[in-house]
Design a protein around this ligand. Structure first.
Ligand code: PEP
Ligand code: NA
Ligand code: MN
Length: 598
């Protein structure tokens, strides 16, 4: 523990938290195999995890949450900036001192009867020029196991932190102290939940939930909300994006980043198996991209994560064969999926259901059951290094130079399969007005269209108007050469016909859209200029081997004037929410769109 004692700020913080939360013991996590084995054995022993059959999923586990703790809680997520105005209209705000005094009372004695784990972690490779560290203190061994998959963590991190490295203190408690003789439940949590961020002091305080983005604090809380604030201050971007390497049949390599809201297919796109012969996709990241300008004036992206926390239902050998291959290698935690009688996992979308399952609620389930066997936001948590198509560049702390940025949402109508922005500012407009139907990834109603700017609505750590300005200002980073900026595209895999059927087959077939995008980057690729940007002609989408007639393709590419006119009042209302903070150039973009539609 010499390294620990050496870091005075860390040691002092741990003492302070231990005095407040009064855990029975403190365990420093070293990240070793031995530690993982001890931790998961204990979780199996207590009934919190079920070990899967090693012949099916080696070293893998099944977890079920409390039925009231199944997703991110946006209503309970707070940006506690000193000044309320800095949180902006899209975040919940509370005064930092007030939040700290409220949460201090919740934390008082909250780890009684439990172990407090110290989890030193690093977002991105440890050999980065300036590794970005965090330390999570948590009373949830499930969180420790998940953090070991999702981040680089343990002794190596602590050592790299030395005696004075900066780190983000991230405090987490499930908020369920135990009396001396009280038996624990499989999934402890508290009805009262707070997911709080202090952007000025770069701190995270989470209470009451054990679930995903609420509790694995390196992910959404650090790598997006806190990092977006650091990125604004330092001239880079922390984004909710996948990163892919795409190689053409001629061997030309392109790197693409893509922002899509939660549960809209980022993981599937990041691991896509192209149906077009000769094309190759390799994965760099599936959820978070940190992008900085290189000396060459190009925008370089890294994936700060170490694992995948993917939505399980719908994942199978047709939609995402590479995810299935990743999971087959084991070393994974599955949460709120169903358990098969032979010790494997199952979820909706995996083909014919077995005759009997144990559902995510722990109940007997048969194909006649009314409710799905798995929660729609059930997840797999698995090491990214197991992905068979992981790009070598994943390990490179410099990352990859981004050629194109995709913004996409889930829209039944209006938005065509793909459109290319006219220029950077128009692309920022497309991102700022991105809309999508809500999903089960957050607590609340599903299927409601909402604006989700850059797919960052729940993750921007400051005023969204300032965030749009920051995106516009990024153009200055390209060494004065706009041509070095990524080209921006707007995509929608989810458009439907009048009977509710999908107009586009999606998944591996999206390689046809990627091919057109690459052709546009090369100055080829036929397009028509529409009011909303450059849309491919019917002939420009390669349909080799695809059974989709001209009329269907026209329908998915159509830009309908009336549908777009109907968006104008919604966008106007959306922009008005930001008052003076909305960059004037975005109002100008809206005016220009109106003029083109007129
Ligand atoms: C989560 O849901 O908890 C999460 C980490 O990510 P997302 O919602 O973006 O899938
Ligand atoms: Na979620
Ligand atoms: Mn996400």
């Amino acid at each position: 523990m010499t390294a620990v004692k050496a870091h005075a700020r860390l040691a002092a913080w741990i003492d302070e938290v231990a005095a407040l939360t009064t855990p029975d013991r403190i365990v420093w996590c070293d990240g070793s195999e031995q530690e993982w084995a001890t931790l998961t054995d204990a979780l199996v022993e207590s009934g919190a995890l079920v070990r899967l059959d090693p012949a099916k999923k080696p070293n893998s586990f099944w977890a079920r949450t409390d039925p009231n703790d199944v997703a991110r809680v946006e209503e309970r997520t707070f940006i506690c900036s000193a000044d309320e105005a800095d949180a902006g209209p899209t975040n919940n705000w509370m005064d930092p001192a007030e939040m700290k005094s409220t949460m201090t009372e919740l934390y008082r004695g909250c780890m009684r009867g439990r172990t407090m784990y110290v989890v030193p972690f690093c977002m991105g490779p440890l050999d980065a020029e300036q590794p970005l560290f965090g330390v999570e203190l948590t009373d949830s061994p499930y969180v420790v196991a998940s953090m070991r998959i999702m981040t680089r963590m343990g002794s190596a991190v602590l050592e790299a932190m030395g005696s004075d490295a900066d780190f983000v203190p991230a405090l987490h408690s499930v908020g369920a102290p135990l009396e001396p003789d009280q038996e624990d439940v499989a999934w402890p949590c508290n009805e009262t939940k707070y997911i709080s961020h202090f952007p000025e002091t770069r701190e995270i305080w989470s209470f009451g939930s054990g679930y995903g983005g609420n509790s694995l604090l390196g992910k959404k809380c650090y790598a997006l909300r806190i990092a977006s604030v650091a990125a604004r201050d330092e001239g880079w971007l922390a984004e909710h994006m996948l990163i892919m390497k795409l190689t053409s049949p001629e061997g030309q390599v392109r790197y693409i980043a893509g922002a899509f809201p939660s549960a809209c297919g980022k993981t599937n796109l990041a691991m896509l198996e192209p149906t077009l012969p000769g094309w190759k996709v390799e994965t760099v990241g599936d959820d978070i991209a940190w992008m900085r300008f290189g000396e060459d004036g190009r925008l370089w992206a890294t994936n700060p994560e170490y694992g995948l926390f993917g939505v399980a239902p719908g994942t199978d050998f047709h939609t995402n064969p590479n995810a299935m291959r990743t999971l087959a290698r084991g070393n994974s935690v599955f949460t709120n999926v169903a358990l098969t009688d032979d010790g494997d996992i199952w979820w909706e979308g995996m083909g014919t259901p077995p005759e009997h399952l144990v559902s995510w609620k722990g109940e007997d389930w048969t194909p006649d059951s009314d409710a799905p066997s798995s929660h729609p936001n059930s997840r797999f948590c698995t090491p990214i290094e197991q992905c068979p198509i992981l790009a070598d560049e994943y390990h490179d702390p410099r990352g990859v130079p981004i050629d194109a940025i995709l913004f996409g949402g889930r829209r039944k109508t209006t938005v065509p399969l793909v459109a290319e922005a006219r220029d950077w500012v128009h692309g920022v407009y497309l991102g700022a007005t991105l809309s999508s139907e809500t999903t089960a990834a957050a607590v609340g109603q599903v299927g409601v269209v909402r604006r989700d700017p850059m797919a960052m609505l729940p993750f921007i750590g400051y005023h969204a108007g300032d965030y749009f300005q920051h995106w516009i200002d990024m153009a200055k980073g390209a060494s004065g050469d706009a041509a070095r900026l990524p080209k921006i595209f707007y995509v929608n895999w989810f458009r439907r016909d009048e009977d509710g059927g999908f107009l586009w087959p999606g998944f591996g077939e999206n390689s046809r859209v990627l091919k057109w995008i690459v052709e546009r980057l090369d100055g080829r690729g036929e397009a028509v200029e529409t009011a909303i940007g450059h849309v491919p002609t019917v002939a420009a989408i390669d349909r080799t081997g695809l059974d989709l007639d001209d009329a269907d393709l026209e329908a998915v590419l159509r830009v309908d004037r009336d549908e777009w006119l109907a968006e104008i009042p919604q966008v106007t209302e959306w922009f008005e929410r930001f008052g003076d903070k909305l960059p004037a150039v975005l109002w100008a973009e809206l005016d220009a769109l109106k003029a083109r539609l007129a």
